[in-house]
Ligand binder design. Structure first.
Ligand code: SF4
Ligand code: SF4
Length: 97
């Protein structure tokens, strides 16, 4: 029983970054938040996430650099729902939707 409670606690704390690229508006709020958090300046080049527009398709490509610390702050400020911070236990209960 103790093991089960501990397991549930760990699962409840674990989070995953979930990306829905089609929702991205290219606002760069995520990248600016990342750079101000880790470099104390608004500088897209210093962010751990990159937003690139594909002009022909009119969509945005989002890439996390290998230096990303998985802190989820970018997801917390994304206004469009493109980037979300999802608890793994919630995801399991929702059937992974
Ligand atoms: S998870 Fe954290 S470190 Fe990674 S891109 Fe987002 S804000 Fe930056
Ligand atoms: S992922 Fe969200 S915060 Fe980042 S550019 Fe797209 S809409 Fe803006």
């Amino acid at each position: 029983m103790c093991f089960l409670i501990k397991l549930l606690e760990v699962q409840n704390m674990a989070k995953e970054l979930v990306l829905t690229p089609g929702k991205c508006t290219g606002c760069t709020t995520c990248a600016l938040t990342c750079s101000i958090t880790y470099h104390n300046e608004f500088n897209l080049a210093k962010s751990h996430i990159r937003i690139r527009k594909h002009d022909v398709e009119g969509v945005f490509e989002i890439t996390f650099l290998s230096t990303c610390l998985k802190c989820h702050r970018c997801a917390e400020v994304c206004p469009s729902g493109c980037l979300r911070s999802v608890k793994l236990l919630d995801d399991i209960q929702e059937g992974g939707k």
